[in-house]
Design a protein around this ligand. Sequence first.
Ligand SMILES: [Zn+2]
Ligand SMILES: [Zn+2]
Length: 303
Amino acid sequence: MDQNISHAGQSGAQSRNDFLLSFRQLVASHLPSGFMSEPNTHEQLEYAFKTLSEGAPLLANFEAEVQEHSILSFADELSGLLFSHLSDYFHNLNVDQSDLIVFPMPVSTMVNSVLKGNTDASALVGGAHTLPEEVRSLIGTMLLRPIRQAVRIAFEHDHPSHEWRLGYCPVCGLWAPMGRIEPEHGRRLLWCIGCNGQWRFPRVCCPLCYESDQKKLGYLSVEEWPAWRLYTCETCHRSLKTRDERHADCAGATEMDIDYVDSGILDDVASRDGYKPVKPGEPAFRVPFDETARKYIERSRSI
Ligand SMILES: [Zn+2]
Ligand SMILES: [Zn+2]
């Protein structure tokens, strides 16, 4: 998706930045409720919190009471933003704005299914069949940002010192598609595209399979991107692009959303080298957990 959008004629970096900044403002204007009705939210969260210690992300056990009119108006504004800032891209694909986000079935059912990790976020963008799946996943993930971010904020407010050491987001259950290395202590943080949250994760460990044997882990550098590392794993053959804020060329506090979209070329490099990057909005495991998920959680406890 990233590369396609970067090819969108005069819709260059500035246009993408404008879009992403407007997107953040749009999300902020829909917080704190994030399309949800108020009652029971805290009770639901408390119940979901109990299962966190077993590795289940909060939203896997959370029934969002979605306010349909609210998410539909957000969808409308989001498609307006996409069209006004990235119009070349969508016009090239011959997509009408009114066709960009059309829910193929009852909104609440769809949203809850995606939030629980049972349906791909691309399914939320049902009307725009001409769009590549990666783009639909990204737009679908953006569409749910207000809900996920509202739940994350409530979670962090109620449990400020909670420690999470898995490679997927404790709120959304999505794999982190990007990480960063802090300038002061060189610690690694993972970033979630679902809720815009971050959490610490060990440096010498693959977030996607918990491999911690140094011989199996490495990273690729790309000459034009000196402040970035592409962490790779020989066990699961996946990759994670990471902004190294210790590097002199690192712009520092750029919004993660912007860096994520701008650095799409790094994921292409990883793919060319045989590593599979995380897709936007890619769920880690379904709940209840299967054998693969249970083994992953077990490995995380042994390190
Ligand atoms: Zn998240
Ligand atoms: Zn791995």
